[in-house]
Design a protein around this ligand. Structure first.
Ligand code: SDX
Length: 430
């Protein structure tokens, strides 16, 4: 970290603010003392120019379409590794040795069951409840069962809570799906790997054996890796802010699930597929491109654009490749949705509006087609994103809790409301 300073002058106000540089990426001006020194706040509602924390977990170079987890590129992790190895890397900072990986997989595998009484939560929901509503409720409810891993001051309990979250999210997600479609819950199996077990819990039925397709399981595992963590995105920032008050980790993850649900964030995969189905055929694409450009039309091309990536989202490329692998394995040669998606991408990438605004497909653009082909309904797409992102949320939460400089997050504001005024009795209000 090279420490220099940035001089700030405004009318008679002057301040010298520390400048700090990280390993890679933009420098920061440390404004921690700005208000104390000048009586001024910074103003950045969407946090476009704000670093909310110092982190060692994930680095994104938006201009060059680069995503690194603890220094390793997402391309290599997704192609050469697997999801639980990526989880270990995000949590511990290093790739595991063979022995460490075997131990980690053993520990996660044996935390996949949920308390039997959790089954009763589901019966309180309508069958047509959105599975994300169920996830928010059930993940938050975990804090009612696992009191032995909510003392955030205890490193052992923090690690147990982390393992429990990673292990139990697929089980809760599968239960939400089974409840949604009216089928019985399927218990986790310790003889299956993470992705195989998830597919089995979702698609097995008591009446017949469920045969795992290794190509589809590998694709599911890779999709989990692609969605594992992504720096200080909206849901991760939500988890960090919730955790900064000392809330227990299960409640913090539930807050992250709630934030992820929005169509501007994790809900975009569901929205992108619904958009492709609404477009229907390639000849209707120009109509939707025109709507996306129309300032008076709130419509946006779902699965396009990104706050950080002003180049192709590296995850989207791998997702597109995975999409083709899944469709080929299932013999879905001419999925009309894929044809519309590829034509929409081709047109958008050559359209000056999208070029000028640097709008490229993001991770959500091809994931919907892939997940639909795997057999999931659109309502489950964001649930799968939440399963995958749990490790990122919990790793970032742990990093925040273990930061000795950690304080409760408490932003200020630019107040533009009414000045102080006297109370008026109701009879005098006209
Ligand atoms: C994820 O942060 C993360 O890292 C998130 C994520 C993760 O892994 O955690 O990567 C996952 O959430 C991916 C993004 C998924 N969301 C979508 O696909 C929804 C569609 N995309 C947009 O809503 C939008 O692009 C955002 C929300 C993703 C980013 O919004 P920004 O950074 O606030 O950009 P903006 O809204 O200021 O847009 C800049 C300009 C605007 O035009 P002007 O007002 O400057 O004229 O680009 C236009 C926007 O109108 N624009 C789009 C567009 N996205 C932005 N126009 C048409 N279609 C779009 N998709």
């Amino acid at each position: 970290m090279t420490d220099q300073s940035a001089k700030f002058t405004m009318d008679s106000e002057q301040a010298e603010l520390p400048r700090r540089s990280g390993t890679i990426g933009p420098e920061v001006v440390d404004v921690t003392q700005l208000y104390k020194d000048t009586g001024l706040f910074t103003f950045d509602p969407g946090f476009s120019s704000t670093a909310s924390c110092e982190s060692k977990i994930t680095y994104i170079d938006g201009d060059n379409g680069i995503l690194l987890h603890r220094g390793y590129s997402i391309d290599e992790l997704a192609e050469k590794g697997d999801y639980l190895e990526a989880c270990y890397l995000l949590l511990y900072g290093e790739l595991p040795t063979a022995r460490e990986k075997e131990d980690f997989v053993y520990r996660v595998t044996r935390h996949t069951m949920v308390h039997e009484q959790m089954n009763r939560f589901f019966t309180g929901f309508r069958r047509d409840a959105h599975p994300m509503a169920v996830m928010v409720a059930c993940v938050g409810a975990l804090s009612a069962f696992y009191h032995d891993s909510t003392d955030i001051a205890d490193p052992h309990q923090r690690m147990v809570a982390s393992l429990r979250m990673i292990a139990k999210m697929p089980t809760i997600a599968a239960m939400a799906y089974k409840y949604h479609i009216g089928q019985p819950f399927v218990y986790p199996r310790n003889d299956l790997d993470y992705a195989e077990n998830f597919l089995h819990m979702c698609f097995a039925v008591p009446c017949e054996p469920y045969e795992i397709n290794p190509v589809l399981a590998r694709a599911m595992d890779r999709i989990f890796t692609l969605h594992a963590d992504h720096e200080q995105n909206a849901s991760t920032s939500t988890v960090r802010l919730a955790g900064s008050s000392g809330a227990n980790p299960f409640a913090c993850i539930a807050a992250g699930v709630a934030c992820l649900w929005g169509p501007a964030h994790g809900g975009a995969n569901e929205a992108a597929l619904n958009m492709l189905m609404e477009i229907g055929t390639a000849d209707r694409i120009p109509e939707f491109i025109a709507r996306a450009k129309d300032k008076n039309d709130p419509f946006r091309l779902m699965g396009f654009g990104h706050r950080v990536y002003k180049n192709y989202d590296p995850r989207a490329k791998i997702m597109q490749k995975t999409c083709h692998e899944v469709l080929d394995e299932l013999g879905v040669r001419d999925d009309p949705l894929l044809e519309v998606a590829m034509e929409l991408e081709r047109i958008a990438l050559t359209d000056q509006y999208f070029i000028d605004k640097k709008l490229y497909p993001n991770v959500d653009f091809y994931s919907g087609i892939t997940l639909k082909a795997l057999g999931f309904p659109t309502a489950m797409f964001t649930v799968l994103f939440a399963v995958a992102r749990t490790v990122g949320w919990i790793a970032q939460w742990k990093e925040m809790i273990e930061d000795p400089k950690q304080r409760i997050g408490r932003p200020r504001q630019l107040y533009t409301g009414a000045p102080q005024r006297d109370y008026m009795p109701v009879q005098d209000r006209g």
